[in-house]
Write a protein that binds this ligand. Sequence first.
Ligand code: ZN
Length: 339
Amino acid sequence: MNERYSRQVLFPGIGKEGQAKISSKHVLIIGAGALGSGNAEILTRAGVGRLTIIDRDYVEASNLQRQQLYTEEDVAEKLPKAAAAEKRLKAINAAVEVRAIIGDATPELLEELVTGVDVMIDATDNFETRMAMNDAAQKYNVPWIYGACVGSFGMSFSIIPGKTPCLNCLLRTIPLQGMTCDTGGIISPTVQMVVSHQAAEALKMLVEDWQAVRTSFVSFDLWRNQYTSMKMTKAKFAGCLSCGEERTYPYLDHKNMTKTTVLCGRDTVQIRPSTAAEISLERLAGQLSTLGYNVKGNPYLLSVEMENERMVIFQDGRALIHGTKDLTHAKTVYQRILG
Ligand SMILES: [Zn+2]
């Protein structure tokens, strides 16, 4: 057994056998923001076999206060979070097979990615993706760990298909929709506390210590010094469309996918083309420069300065339009550049 994991192997809950299990497993992390960075670093250091991480955004200065994988250099280079995360995680532990995906975690892509995954971790900032994760987890029988935070308030819950209630069941008792937008700001300790809860649960699942997995819904407020743990055994709903007897997995339905989204807590709209396209960024940069636009970029994305907005275009045709929350206006700007 590798010396680098000796302290973890000494821990009775893991041991040599647990370490061997950890190194043979595959974790999927949805989102590479604050929660994604923290979880990815812990699991990479813990020596997970494979780690797949997906994110649609790129690194900005306001991320550095809490998104621990990123540096000022990543901000200067406007690196996509997934690419920057991959670089850092590989430097931390070269033995982990890290795969980073720059893109939107659409239901279609989630269904593809979740196959063969042992544990999935929620590190998204939006409700739509969480619900799609929840359906994918139920459909493909993958345990996952919900986590969310805002300000000094955080919460987490472990979901095991066929055993615990699912996120869709919980919605009947807990108003989780309000917990998706970080408009109220956030302090880094809140992130770390949710990450600690999620990563500990992930380790229990990876070593298959199912008895140890928490069955209650945990929430806390680090500023007000409040900690609560709610029993959720009765929350499982037989008529649930995601985990019940007559399940339809409504959030995996493509018709329910939005193509235009206002990004959480930001003056930014994301536009995703209806069919994924591979764009030649180099050619597009040339065309736009000829038209007089100020264009900057790296191998993953282009940033185009316009009079009132700034547009960032990714290889898959997806774009972030900064400087507006107006969906219709954002579409107009998008079409002006990409037709
Ligand atoms: Zn359910």
